[in-house]
Design a protein around this ligand. Sequence first.
Ligand code: C2O
Ligand code: CU
Ligand code: CU
Length: 507
Amino acid sequence: MGRRTFLGLLGATAAGVALGGCGTAAGQTGEQIASALPLPPPFRVPLPVPPVARPVAPDRYLITQRVAEVEVLPGVRTPVLGYDGIFPGPTVEARRGRRIVVRHRNELPVPTVVHLHGGHTAPEHDGWPLDLVLPVGDTSDWSGHHGMVGDHSAGERDHVYDGEQRAATLWYHDHRMDFTGPAVHHGLAGFHLVRDDEEDALGLPRGERELPLMICDRSFAADGAFAYPSLDRSLRTLPGVEADWTEGVLGDVVLVNGAPWPVHEVDAARYRLRLLNASGARRYRLSLTVPGAPDLPLVQVGSDGGLLGAPVEHAAVELAPGERSDVVVDFGLVPVGTEVTVRNGLGRGTTADVLRFRVVRAAPDDSRVPAVLSEVEPLVVPADAPVRTWTFTRGPVGDHRGWTINGLPFRPDEPQARVPLGEVEVWRFVTDVHHPVHVHLDPFQVLRRGAGGPGPWDAGWKDTVDVRPAEIVDVAVRFADHRGRYVVHCHNLEHEDMAMMAALDTV
Ligand code: C2O
Ligand code: CU
Ligand code: CU
């Protein structure tokens, strides 16, 4: 059911929450689904690390999207929509300055759109929400679906990533208009790492001591499927967001790289953790607790858009959906035998735990965290720079009861802005409730939150910023190159699907 079909239903929003939702938790925007299966105890399942995608030819990759059953909870089969049939998908490893082509083949029963989040990508490869990759062999006319036509590809589509960007932790995920929430929820997400010589030369922990960690929450239906409002196990059709769930869908199980509250054995040494919040709606405040001792610090070395200028030490790191934080943790600061637990200060009950590290052996460590990491060019805002306001609020607008930007639901054919390439603008994000605001094409820098300066987690280049309830955040934006149509949107996926997205043209 598309957005336009169910908008009418929203006029009569029911007050109750289906599926045993248990209300909105502190710091969260959304309703939690209660799992209908017994949940395993935490810290038993080993942490998986997604496999690195192997090129099929030099600089060419093929990812086949297909339905598969995977074991997420021990002994339970969960159907997923998977890149290469796994969740998370394979990690794409790219190098700065090196063009790669990733071919996506859609063997799923539903159309998909692939977006590289944080990618400096030409518009035709960015994953415009209507550029559908149709299922292989599917001859039905999906354009009538929205009455709007994108650039549809039959069965396969090549995405060209030219690599013209700094080393950074990116991720790819589905971006189909109105259906991103359920598609990502069922597995369509993976890492895409860009590396470069500058970063390699720093001496940060690497190899087995560099861990990409995709954190997301899910609940389980009685049959083992990921619970999402009104989805059946076949995954043949994806529902849109239902009336009761427009705030966001929260799960009661925290997955890291697709495993519930996993455990990982580590050396007493430094590790680099590439943290990604891939949840649809849940926010986290992550800290590293040690029994009977102070928490371990998280030394942040990178943000959404790659290395910071200098490391920043945190007691905890907050991440809203879509955000990344690249941190170094020194397990050599605690005795061998210590269990270090990653906790979520914004969770309650089962969602307060995330993952555990068990420090099992002493080991040599030649890694470093240099005092200077990189040169981060500060975006200089000219005195006459335009200030563009983007206001994120709930409707209604006419019969649209979903979410809006500047009072408007997403209109793919009516861009809200024409932004000149190469010019620095101030973008002002204004909210009612919590909205993690994401901009495609190029990253930005946070200038201030309200009357104060940037927040503790706002350093460096960002592409997603957590705008808190009734807050005003100013950022400096500059699009370098690529003329075309892109989007700015809320990365709470239910908000996004409920139209909290705006088209913009770079000119
Ligand atoms: Cu991570 Cu427009 O998305
Ligand atoms: Cu993006
Ligand atoms: Cu939102």
